[in-house]
Design a protein around this ligand. Structure first.
Ligand SMILES: Nc1ncnc2c1ncn2[C@@H]1O[C@H](COP(=O)(O)OP(=O)(O)OP(=O)(O)O)[C@@H](O)[C@H]1O
Length: 254
């Protein structure tokens, strides 16, 4: 589904991502782990088009997407849930999720302004898409609530619902479980498992190795912008390079 080759991006002469190549299979869930500053979020932004690479190529299902802006990649099926919560304040949960579906709606600006019948048909379809996505993440009963009033765990689920609404083939989740309590983590893990069962290809950045190990088929480990290991969760956990990079950094932070 995704092929990244030789991807590189530097900021002020310092590489955030350096010569990263990876292949993610159709339907796979790929965990991306690594210490703080390893380049994980930068890699996601390069894949989604929010950052331009200095070098390298990105293919989605065999087509180059690296010259496309983010909204065109979104239309091809790349959806990203950012680390920082993006919530539209003063809007309901349903409206927040509908924003995702507008991305793939076909009736454009003129029909919305002129209020053509196609506009209303599209709005109805979008509402249905949003409600379907909300049901899938277990939030349907919150549809009419103010999005800001939701607990953090549900706000994350809402963001996943928004991303689902855009009809992703590749869903990029940047630390969706950070800051969540264990019960909320458990609920989010179930949402991801449910998505996985529908065949969506998922990439998941996460610091919690247990959380990643549970969900990922394979894990890629980044350190200082480069891939230092890749394999099944068990293989990666036993890799001495990973233990040094990851646990070394954890020990420093402690
Ligand atoms: N927009 C930017 N401008 C300048 N430097 C940046 C920018 N984005 C990232 N960097 C730098 O690139 C490096 C990689 O950052 P990135 O956020 O990709 O790492 P990360 O692995 O996602 O870290 P974390 O786990 O802390 O989120 C860091 O040194 C960071 O300071």
């Amino acid at each position: 589904m995704l092929r990244v080759q030789g991807l590189a991006r530097s900021f002020g002469g310092v590489y955030a991502v350096r010569d990263v190549s990876l292949d993610v299979a159709d339907g796979e869930t790929r965990g991306i782990i690594g210490p703080n500053g390893a380049g994980k979020s930068t890699l996601f932004n390069l894949i989604s088009g929010h950052l331009a690479p200095d070098q390298g190529s990105t293919e989605l299902a065999g087509s180059r997407i690296d010259r496309l802006p983010p909204h065109r990649r979104a239309k091809r099926g790349v959806s990203i849930v950012f680390q920082a919560a993006r919530i539209f304040r003063h809007m309901t949960v349903r409206e927040n999720v509908m924003v995702g579906a507008h991305l793939r709606a076909s009736a454009g600006f003129p029909s919305a302004v002129l209020r053509l019948p196609s506009h209303f048909a599209t709005e109805r379809a979008i509402r249905e898409l949003a409600e379907d996505a909300l049901a899938r993440v277990g939030l349907l009963e919150w549809a009419d609530s103010n999005a800001e009033a939701l607990p953090l765990g549900q706000q994350r689920a809402m963001q996943v619902a928004r991303a689902i609404c855009a009809g992703p083939r590749l869903l990029l989740l940047d630390e969706p479980a950070s800051g969540l309590r264990s019960q909320e983590r458990e609920q989010l893990a179930r949402v991801v498992e449910e998505l996985k069962s529908t065949g969506v290809t998922i990439m998941l950045i996460e610091h919690d190795v247990a959380f990643v190990s549970r969900l990922a088929d394979r894990v890629t480990v980044l350190d200082l912008g480069s891939v230092i290991a890749e394999g099944t969760p068990a293989e990666v956990r036993a890799d001495p390079k990973v233990i040094t990079a990851y646990l070394g950094a954890e020990a420093e932070a402690a």
